[in-house]
Ligand binder design. Structure first.
Ligand code: HEM
Length: 400
């Protein structure tokens, strides 16, 4: 990231990959909320960055002016050899209605409360095994040894792909999202996931199992099977959407508890606060920013947005807007009213939020049950990733 030109004026030349933004975006959003209606940049194409709850929710609801045809925060550089690009992207996230509506409807049952309950015991056992592996050593990287390991294994089970592929999937998903400004890595990630799942589709076409991939392959919509590139896009989305995101949320929650003794002790002493605490940690450390493409020239909050510009749906900043939340920059574990938008809102609201919430709750519960006291390890840095998904990628802690 060292080759990124430092930002001097955040209102007219912001960069979400700037080190300050990745480390501590909160102050920048507070400055921007008073300095300008919507920040803008020409780095990687013209892009707008709203920071208020009201603006972000208004843009998310206006799906005709702000399209989901390209939701990547870091625009991909068009390249030769991109002819393998999926014609419909990864629906439903990259689709507007009507494609959005029926693809979303097919995914939702896989993440219903009942289904998610059925994954809880396995998630708990997984968390316990991960803790067993580090607890005697007295220290751990809570990001790599723990947070990162959980969502990928749960998703692999849902998709019906072998758990042994977990590390490979994690690498691909990071290449695709976290290193999106490196065209080589982004391509390696997307192609890795795409070709792997394509091969799995061929296997399941003749020998279906009871997994999501098999089900999509054998479902008919309007009397015809779903086009294979759409099945592939949906499966890729399921893999990509649930891994970096949830892992980042678990990692940020553990970072908070490692650095805020009072909150950690309170949550250990009052486990009944867990549900409001999970929502509050999601609000304060919302990991996901999405993008929209402007479909026609429009003036928004006095800003001249042109067709083709990008607008970032800055859900994390909306969650820290003092006009929407009292003490917005503080974590209040028993916050009662909490209409946060960490999972987005409107037609694209996260389809996997039940699963994400369960994984986050179980990961914190199991950790605190065995490791009620822990803190950052002195002399070893915490490394954060940012851009589309923000969270700690190295989180060295001492377990005391
Ligand atoms: C803490 C973890 C997670 C966060 C913060 C999160 C956040 C989000 C957000 C903000 C959106 C809205 C996208 C937009 O408006 O363009 C979204 C969509 C989506 N998420 Fe999640 N997500 C998480 C975990 C998951 C998991 C575990 C899954 C399961 C595979 C998942 C599947 C999806 C899908 C399929 C969509 C697309 C929905 C649509 O376009 O209709 N997410 N997520």
């Amino acid at each position: 990231m060292s080759d990124i030109k430092p930002v001097e004026d955040w209102t007219t030349d912001f960069d979400v990959l700037d080190e300050r933004y990745v480390q501590q975006p909160f102050e920048i959003w507070n400055e921007l909320r008073t300095a300008c209606p919507v920040a803008v940049t020409d780095r990687r194409g013209r892009t707008w960055l709203p920071t208020t709850y009201a603006d972000i929710t208004a843009i998310a609801h206006d799906t005709s002016t702000f399209s989901s045809v390209d939701v990547s925060v870091i625009a991909a550089v068009p390249e030769e050899g991109d002819e393998d690009k999926l014609p419909y992207g990864m629906p439903p996230i990259s689709a507007d209605p009507p494609l959005h509506s029926w693809t979303r409807r097919l995914l939702l049952p896989w993440f219903s409360h009942n289904k998610v309950d059925s994954y809880e015991e396995m998630t708990r056992a997984l968390c316990r095994a991960l803790i067993d592996a580090v607890i005697d050593g007295g220290r751990a990287d809570a990001a790599c040894d723990y947070a990162q390991q959980i969502p990928v294994r749960v998703i692999a089970t849902i998709l019906g792909v072998p758990e042994e592929m977990s590390d490979t999937f994690t690498g691909w998903v990071r290449d695709s999202l976290e290193f999106a400004d490196d065209p080589e890595r982004r391509k390696r990630g997307n192609y890795g996931i795409g070709y792997y799942l394509w091969d799995q589709m061929q296997v399941r076409r003749d020998k279906p199992g009871d997994d999501l991939l098999s089900c999509l392959l054998h479902t008919e919509v309007d009397g015809a099977p779903i086009e294979p590139t759409i099945v592939l896009g949906m499966a890729m989305l399921t893999l990509i959407a649930g891994i970096d995101t949830t892992w980042s949320a678990i990692g940020s929650a553990l970072w908070h508890l490692a650095t805020h003794d009072d909150d950690r002790k309170r949550l250990v002493a009052e486990p009944e606060l867990m549900s409001t605490a999970v929502e509050e940690l999601l609000r304060a450390y919302a990991p996901v920013t999405m993008a929209r493409v402007v479909t026609e020239d429009v003036t928004f909050q006095g800003c001249p947005m042109r067709e083709g510009d990008k607008v970032l749906l800055n859900f994390p900043a909306a969650n820290r807007d003092p006009k929407a939340f009292d003490y917005a920059d503080e974590v209040v574990l028993d916050r009662a009213a909490n209409r946060h938008v960490a999972f987005g809102l409107g037609i694209h609201r996260c389809a996997g939020s039940n699963l994400a919430r369960m994984e986050l709750r179980v990961a914190i519960e199991e950790w605190l049950a065995r490791i009620p006291s822990f803190h950052l390890e002195e002399g070893r840095p915490v490394l954060w990733a940012g851009g589309q998904v923000r969270g700690p990628r190295q989180l060295p802690v001492v377990l005391r």
